[in-house]
Design a protein around this ligand. Structure first.
Ligand code: PGA
Length: 260
């Protein structure tokens, strides 16, 4: 049995005060809920507020991204280039403030910030090396689906993301299937479409990491998940949770999804 994971991706929303306010309302709504794992991913700036707000609760805090390079100051071995990456934050820094999960390769990062399958691979390697739980996002755009390329795209994205990552290191890996045409559009993949895509991802994971690993791998669905469609999606055997954007910003709506 794979325990379902329901993750909130807050994207570029919520100040630290707004994050605190969210948790004030959200915590009582999911108090004692242990059927599913709950993760919330705020912006870097609201992470500290979120971590303090959820202390002692059943909620984990994740980041929306990370950079793969090191800051030698952590290890006391500062090299010339270590840490000279303006604007970036690495895995060790996330761990140091209590972050446990990290989203990698979200389609908005691929689309607007030049992320490629190769940078996703570097980020995945640095996350698993550090002991963060990676949530690697894959998914096809509409033209690819219409051209019958969904299978190829998902296999390529997974194959390249997993390149030279050891199954042993990647034990905690989570993959999120997010068809790009369903993100923020109100269009959801049907539970069957999502389940089919998840089966492709699981098959690729079996090739990359072995059958046993693939059987335990959690694959989330993301793309216009709402309280109204969460139950149908979560009833699919292949769907091991959800990555929720818009509907995770409101405590009542996110709690309703968690309790689908
Ligand atoms: P959405 O976003 O739920 O607003 O469609 C999902 C995501 O981008 O992770």
């Amino acid at each position: 049995m794979r325990k379902k994971l329901i993750a909130a991706n807050w994207k570029m929303y919520k100040t630290p005060d707004q994050a605190r306010e969210f948790f004030r309302d959200f915590l009582p709504l999911v108090h004692g809920h242990d059927r599913d794992e709950i993760v919330v991913c705020p912006t870097y700036l609201a992470i500290d507020a979120a971590i303090h707000a959820v202390q002692g609760s059943n909620i984990a805090i994740g980041a929306q991204d990370l950079y793969w390079e090191k800051d030698g100051a952590f290890t006391g071995e500062v090299n010339e280039k270590d840490g000279a990456f303006t604007g970036e934050v690495n895995a060790a820094m996330l761990l140091a403030v209590g972050v446990t999960h990290v989203i990698i390769g979200h389609s908005e990062r691929r689309q607007y910030f030049g992320e490629t399958d190769d940078t996703v691979n570097l980020k995945l390697k640095s996350a698993v090396e550090a002991g963060l739980i990676p949530i690697v996002c894959v998914g096809e755009v509409l033209e690819e689906r219409e051209a019958g390329l969904t299978d190829d795209v998902l296999r390529r994205q997974c194959l390249r993301a997993f390149h030279k990552v050891s199954a042993k290191k990647a034990v905690s890996l989570v993959v999120a299937y997010e068809p790009v045409w369903a993100i923020g559009t109100g269009k959801t993949a049907t539970p069957q479409m999502a389940a089919d895509a998840h089966a492709i991802i699981r098959a690729q994971a079996a090739e990359s990491f072995g059958q046993e690993f693939a059987g335990k791998l959690r694959i989330l669905y993301g793309g216009s998940v709402k309280p109204e469609n969460a139950r149908a999606l979560m009833s699919e055997e292949e769907i091991d949770g959800a990555l929720v954007g818009g509907a995770s910003l409101d405590p009542k709506s996110f709690a309703a999804i968690v309790k689908y």
